[in-house]
Design a protein around this ligand. Structure first.
Ligand SMILES: [Zn+2]
Length: 163
């Protein structure tokens, strides 16, 4: 069960990795933005922007009595402070207007690296298992089982019946 779970999580991670690579390549062509006005207030707008090799997590909060929020995309209004695909952080406060802007940049390469870890571990494990089956080695410890029956003399793992 644990092994199946690992396979499933690795597969999900692989999908995320593929999506992240696609988004990374695309980010140099166009800016993709997801924005959301929190319900009940028209004053808080979190967003996620993919551009120039970085994901920008954006949080805008403003007093709608003093600031008229544009209805459409915020992309043209966002300060372009990170074009080097690195981690970054930026806050902007305008107390007079009651505006707060917080942005955190996470480069795509970091997310690609993170999502690549599990698929790499999975394929290494799969390769190791295939290698041990092919060469008649114990699946648990790698001991040479060609001269053994029933159990691995090294670790006691039962030897599966060969097909
Ligand atoms: Zn063994």
């Amino acid at each position: 069960m644990k092994r199946h779970l690992f396979t499933i999580i690795s597969a999900v991670s692989l999908l995320l990795l593929v999506a992240m690579v696609a988004l990374w390549v695309r980010s140099y062509w166009s800016a993709d933005m997801v924005e959301y006005d929190l319900p009940g207030t028209a004053t808080v707008r979190p967003g996620l922007l993919s551009r120039d090799g970085s994901l920008r997590l954006n949080y805008l909060q403003f007093d709608h009595r003093t600031v008229q929020m544009p209805k459409g995309s915020m992309v043209p209004y966002l300060a372009d402070l990170n074009e080097r695909a690195r981690f970054d952080y930026h806050t902007y406060t305008n107390t007079r207007l009651g505006m707060l802007e917080v942005a955190v940049w996470v480069p795509h390469w970091f997310l690609m690296l993170t999502t690549a870890v599990l698929p790499m571990m999975w394929s290494k494990r799969a390769w190791k298992k295939g290698h041990r089956i092919k060469h008649g080695l114990c699946l648990t410890c790698g001991y040479d089982l060609r001269a053994s029956k029933d159990r691995c003399p090294e670790c006691g793992t039962p030897i599966p019946l060969s097909p």
